[in-house]
Design a protein around this ligand. Structure first.
Ligand code: UD1
Ligand code: UDP
Length: 355
């Protein structure tokens, strides 16, 4: 039995940890650390509650500030935990500042690192997450990739001897939770705290990447496009965008877009499965749209998951109203037996790698 220190901090990491922790705890001792990067109830605790993720052994309470401040403060706090717990492995997910901070600490203390979702590359070194994932992959001991294209990226960087293809824990989660996914009473909370009914037909929008939130006019163009569609759009607003979204609402109305508080995972999966189409800049939501066979438009300049881009199933658009609408109108072509994200049992494979 190994002692595994899992370190998470952001919404998508809670979802991945939910499926992996369940398997991990059958064979190993897990100590769970939450850095605190995401901290609002509906960005953090709600996921632990809905997905029955064990309460973290440590919550470091570190969030906000510049990338350097956040990462540095996390490193100091994580180092103390690692020295105290003396784990056999550090288990990390994805590409957030929490992932980078933990990897730097583990590498310096010579604790083996297992990196889940290794080998994802945008090939854009100004993207903050690209910096994180390239650094983390190069100092990790085991690189667990979701897809063949991630394996190819790792091979190109000379890392193939440490890499294994295990599939995508987000696909595990989607398979496990889709059936029970629902929205209580069909209602969500809008940004004023009022209940709003989820319409029968709707589009699903999320937006949180630095590339769109920091780009003047990007959110306006996205909302303008969604507002012009034939059905309303459900848009759970990431806290990073809240102020800007409210300003746009105030100035332009865009009442065909229903802005809500961030939703839980089960609600989000329900929205993906029931939506007409999905528009997003989220890495997770692009994949979920693909799993749910929903047409997706990704508002980014770069490909995140090449597997999803076949048959117009997921298309890139600049944050420009006309381009988004043009992409949304092109029909997708589905291939029945194309399943590039594994068999829904990646958590088992991840746990085996820690033996
Ligand atoms: C982070 C990750 C990104 C991931 C995303 C998932 C980095 C560099 N980026 O981006 O890879 O896709 O999480 O959602 O780590 N905030 C709140 N309440 C919260 C959380 C955030 O108000 O619960 C606000 C804070 O003002 C914060 C800002 O949102 O400064 C951005 O949060 P941060 O964690 O820095 O980055 P994300 O955009 O969430
Ligand atoms: N998600 C959620 N509530 C929301 C928006 C998204 O639970 O209000 C889920 C979504 O279904 C996916 C994950 O969060 O499972 C994606 O996280 P996010 O977009 O924050 O980060 P990324 O995947 O881009 O790193």
């Amino acid at each position: 039995m190994a002692k595994v220190l899992s370190i998470v901090g952001a919404r998508p990491q809670f979802i991945k940890a939910a499926v992996v922790s369940k398997e991990l705890r059958k064979v190993h001792k897990e100590v769970l650390v939450h850095t605190g990067q995401h901290y609002d109830y509906n960005m953090s605790e709600m996921f632990f509650h809905e997905l029955s993720i064990p309460k973290p052994n440590y919550n470091l309470g570190i969030s906000g500030g510049s990338h350097a401040e956040m990462t540095a403060r996390m490193m100091v706090a994580i180092e103390k935990v690692v020295l105290q717990e003396k784990p056999d492995w550090i288990l990390l997910y994805g590409d957030t500042n929490s992932t980078l901070a933990a990897a730097l600490v583990a590498a310096k203390l010579h604790v083996p690192i297992c990196h889940v979702e290794a080998g994802v590359r945008f090939h854009v070194m100004t993207n903050p997450e690209e910096i994180n994932r390239v650094c983390v992959d190069h100092i990790s001991t085991k690189l667990l990739a979701c897809t063949e294209s991630s394996m190819d990226e790792l091979t190109r960087e000379g890392l193939s001897d440490r890499a294994r293809l295990v599939g995508d824990p987000m696909y595990d989660a989607f398979c496990q939770y889709s059936e029970i996914a629902s929205i209580k009473n069909g209602e969500l909370l809008d940004l004023s705290g009022n209940k709003v009914l989820v319409p029968k037909k709707f589009y699903y929008l999320t937006c949180h990447r630095e590339e769109n939130t920091n780009r003047e006019g990007a959110l306006y163009e996205i909302l303008k496009a969604m507002n012009s569609l034939d059905s309303p759009t459900i848009y759970p607003v990431h806290p990073r965008n809240r102020m800007r979204a409210l300003e746009i609402r105030e100035q332009f109305g865009f009442n065909n877009v229903i802005m809500t508080e961030p939703v839980g995972y089960l609600e989000s999966i329900y929205l993906v499965n029931e939506a007409k189409k999905v528009v997003t800049d989220s890495g997770g939501l692009q994949r979920e749209a693909f799993f749910a066979k929903k047409k997706c438009v990704t508002v980014l300049d770069f490909v995140v998951w090449p597997e999803t881009m076949v048959g117009n199933r997921n298309q890139l658009a600049k944050p420009c109203c006309d381009e988004i609408l043009e992409r949304l109108n092109s029909e997708q072509i589905l291939e029945a037996d194309y399943l590039p994200f594994g068999d829904g049992k990646s958590a088992l494979k991840i746990v085996k790698e820690l033996s």
